[in-house]
Design a protein around this ligand. Sequence first.
Ligand code: PEP
Length: 256
Amino acid sequence: MAARTPIVVGNWKLHNTIAQGETLVTELKNQLGTIRDVEVGVAPVFTSLSSISKRLGDSKILLGAQDCFYENGGAWTGEVSAPMLVDAGCSFAIVGHSERRANFGDTDSVVARKARAALDGGLSVIVCVGESEQERDSGKTMERVGTQLSATLEVLTSEDLERVVIAYEPVWAIGTGRTATPAQAQEVHAFLRKQMSQRFQGVGAGVRIQYGGSVKPGNAKELMSEADIDGALVGGASLKAGDFGAIVKACSARQS
Ligand code: PEP
């Protein structure tokens, strides 16, 4: 199996005007221009995508959206579809983020439809899974993430997997300053990988699994040293070029 190239993505959430986003990616381009062994992406708000795409120019930094609707067009007020995201310069979309699941009714089946639509529209997709604190405390972590993952695996083929990244994001660690220990994260990542390998035989072993949940420059290297952690989905720390750059470099160091 070929080595899995780490992937680090900044989820900017509902932050940054167009001008602020342009400044941030300009700083990232300057900082990360020489990094070759890590894929790097940013996911700004929809309204900034086209401008940020132009500012990224021929940079290797990937542009993605924080969500992607499951229909391509029609009477769906407020939604944005995969072909429109491609048109705006995106190469990937995040689906199933816990904030979407909790606040916007994105069920496992909606997330699966969104993932399918993103792939059909020509995007790669990051599919987020993660348990709540209550689920962890009651020993239901694997059951919860397993159910979330299998709903999306149902709609995928093994050929799709090259364009799929899984993000394990324990809900209790997102934006809280609490991080899963490397051992806790590794246990879940290994479980998710096994589930993919069982469904898709050898192919699942090559799928990248990011960790997300209060990743910072100070904890990234330790997390990345685990065998099944292949990068990070970063919220708060992705808003500062210095912090995000340091996290990317921590992932790069894993390979050296
Ligand atoms: C996220 O929003 O995906 C995330 C992991 O946020 P934070 O890094 O702020 O915990």
